[in-house]
Ligand binder design. Structure first.
Ligand code: LLP
Length: 434
């Protein structure tokens, strides 16, 4: 067992200033997180509207009126209220399923700013997207192009398409979230790109509008983007020589966020260098599209849990909390770090804990080797839970999914109520015959 010196302060939350300590209590904007946890129960996802707005503003300030469209990759957090905020702010959306299309439209998205990514689009999804009048399909394979042509023909419509090219660059991120390498399932190989464009040109119900790539997620340096851009530009030159004009270039999402104190590129640097390169190469009139997810929402949310028990193990102490891997899968799925903060800072001797949930798996952990002065009944906030948090949650171990709350100044709104026990099995039937 390890003991550490008494302390009554902690580091600044990664979501500062929207998440901050005030008189030893963790706040989201003007509200004490302890009071929210008591009011709404735990596990509880809490989002800050001001933090979302600030993340959006970082992109908008970088764009500074130039022709750049931000299509929020809504897979990162697709709660209707959050989508609605982005829609109000003028965002487009990057969708990957018919379900996401329906959500985006329900939340007030402008269909003309929706782009449809993903390797396995089905006919009904293509049809729904054509009916909605989306901006473009990011096409990931030749058979998919054929299906889009077929569906569009039956509807007597022209499908706007971009080809997603796999530039074969290493985004230097976690292997599960690196997508631009040759071995990944994503996109059309660079060597097939020109021929695929030429083939698409001949299709009667397809309209070529752009070029797309997405090289990975949680990218912490600009070099992989620059490598990808260089390859895309040589393809664009070839397309130009064949008379294929592109309206936009989509460089995907992927900008990382600090989970602790990582240095991450500012969107301004990505946007400025990309636009400068496009201009220098004679493509100033090509619209730039980005599909950020994590960097728009990740540090705008926390997952708050109550400490149920403290267990002193032989070599480790455990803080057993009421949130688990079903609520936040990232730590165990990717073996990654999320900050864990005491919602109230108490004076006393810190002890080192693994923060674990009640699910029956050794992999059910949220944070490892963290120092707290903590007691049962206290709350712990897991940071950086705004992206790929709630959306990846499940009901594993028959645990109802958590509630989600949006805070705006001194007001809080339930944007998804906690599921009930009855809802766990509401879609199930016991057949009469057995
Ligand atoms: N565009 C496409 C085509 C994508 O596949 C993704 C993410 C994005 C945009 C947005 O990337 P972002 O800006 O969020 O990095 N569940 C993983 C992340 C999976 C990302 C999948 N694709 C995680 O929790 O780290």
């Amino acid at each position: 067992m390890q003991h550490h010196l008494a302390h009554s302060t902690t580091r600044t939350p990664v979501g500062a200033p929207h998440f901050h300590y005030q008189d030893h209590a963790l706040y989201v904007e003007q509200l004490a997180i302890k009071a929210l946890a008591e009011q709404y129960g735990t596990p509880l996802y809490i989002y800050s509207k001001a933090a979302l707005k600030a993340a959006w503003a970082r992109y908008q300030e970088a764009i500074d009126g130039r022709d750049v469209l931000i299509c929020y990759a809504m897979k990162a957090n697709s709660n209707l209220a959050i989508l609605n905020l982005f829609a109000q702010w003028g965002a487009g959306f990057d969708i990957v399923s018919g379900g996401e299309l329906a959500r985006a439209i329900k939340a007030g998205a402008d269909p003309q700013k929706i782009i449809f990514s993903g390797v396995g689009k089905q006919a009904w999804e293509i049809k729904a997207a054509l009916n909605a009048g989306i901006k473009c399909f990011n096409v990931e394979s030749i058979p998919e192009l054929a299906l889009i042509q077929e569906v569009a023909a039956t509807m007597d419509k022209k499908a706007p398409v971009s080809l997603r090219i796999n530039p074969d660059v290493d985004a230097k991120t976690h292997p599960y979230i690196s997508t631009g390498l040759k071995d990944n399932k994503f996109g059309i190989a660079m060597e097939d790109a020109l021929a695929t464009y030429e083939h698409a040109m001949c299709l009667s119900h397809v309209d070529i509008v752009g070029l797309d790539c997405h090289i990975g997620s949680q990218i912490t340096e600009l070099a992989p983007y620059q490598d990808a851009l260089a390859r895309l530009l040589s393809l664009m030159d070839q397309l130009k020589s064949k008379g294929i004009q592109l309206k936009h270039l989509d460089i995907g999402g992927g900008l990382g966020i600090p989970y602790l104190n990582e240095e991450v590129p500012h969107p301004r640097d990505l946007i400025n260098t990309t636009l400068a390169t496009l201009q220098a190469r004679g493509y100033a009139d090509v619209q730039l599209v980005l599909e950020p997810g994590r960097s728009l929402v990740g540090n705008s949310g926390m997952l708050v849990a109550e400490v149920l028990f403290l267990k002193q193990g032989e070599s480790k102490n455990f803080a057993v909390v009421d949130a688990a891997m079903n609520d936040l899968l990232r730590p165990t799925l990717y073996d990654v770090y999320h900050g864990a903060l005491a919602v109230e800072l108490k004076a006393g001797e810190t002890q080192r804990y693994d923060v674990v949930g009640p699910v029956c798996e050794s992999g059910d952990w949220l944070a490892k080797d963290r120092d707290f002065v903590i007691a049962p009944g206290a709350f712990i906030a897991i940071e950086s839970a705004g992206a790929y948090g709630f959306v990846m949650s499940s009901q594993y171990n028959s645990r109802p999914r958590a509630a989600e709350v949006l805070v705006d100044g001194d007001k809080s709104y339930v944007i998804r109520r906690r599921e009930t026990i009855e809802e766990l099995f509401e879609h199930e039937h016991i057949p009469n015959a057995i």
